[in-house]
Design a protein around this ligand. Structure first.
Ligand code: NAG
Length: 154
C-alpha cells in the first residue's frame, strides 16, 4: 500500500463578472415565462466566462477563467445555484482546475460554496470557496468578487 499525503492549497482570486457591454462575460441563456413576475428572478439562468485575476483591479494579472452556469434558485430571496469550473492558465496552478458547486445567497456579503473536485494538481480535491463581494453595480449587473479557495488534494 502506498501512502500519499494530503496537500492544502489556497488560491486568492478575483472574478470579474460583467453582464453589460458589447462582449459581456455573463449572459442570460434561459428563463421561465413566469420569471419576470418573480421578485427573485426565479428560473433565470446565466452562463459565465469570467476572467479570474490576481487582484481586484481588472487590469491585474489574468490567472484563469471561471466558466459555468448560475441560476436563480429561490422564490423567497435572491440566491443562486452555481456550477463553476475555475480553470487556471497562469501561476502555480496553470493547467489545473477546481469545480465549485453550491448555493450562494445574494443577501449575505460573505458566501461559502463547496469545492467538489478538481483536475491535474487538484485531483481528488475537496474544499470550500469563500466569496466576498468586492465591488458591485446592481444597475448594470457587474461585480468583482473576491474568492478565497481552500483546497485539500493529493
Ligand atoms: C483565506 O482562507 C483561509 C482559510 O479559511 C484563511 O486562513 C485566510 O486568512 C484567508 N485569507 C484571506 C485573504 O481572506
Amino acid at each position: 500500500m502506498t501512502r500519499t499525503s494530503l496537500l492544502l492549497s489556497l488560491a486568492i482570486i478575483f472574478s470579474m463578472d460583467a453582464a453589460h457591454g458589447n462582449i459581456p462575460s455573463a449572459i442570460k441563456v434561459v428563463e421561465n415565462r413566469n420569471t419576470w413576475k418573480s421578485l427573485t428572478l426565479f428560473g433565470s439562468h446565466m452562463m459565465a466566462d469570467d476572467p479570474l485575476t490576481e487582484g481586484p483591479d481588472p487590469n491585474s494579472k489574468l490567472v484563469g477563467w471561471a466558466q459555468g452556469l448560475y441560476g436563480s434558485a429561490s422564490q423567497h430571496d435572491i440566491s443562486l445555484i452555481m456550477a463553476l469550473s475555475f480553470g487556471f492558465v497562469d501561476g502555480d496552478y496553470s493547467g489545473s482546475s477546481v469545480s465549485v458547486l453550491g448555493r450562494k445567497s445574494a443577501a449575505s456579503r460573505v458566501r461559502e460554496m463547496p469545492v467538489v473536485g478538481g483536475t491535474r494538481v487538484f485531483r481528488l480535491a475537496r474544499g470550500y470557496a469563500v466569496a466576498e463581494t468586492y465591488w458591485l453595480n446592481v444597475l448594470i449587473g457587474d461585480a468583482i468578487v473576491h474568492y478565497n479557495v481552500t483546497i485539500v488534494h493529493y
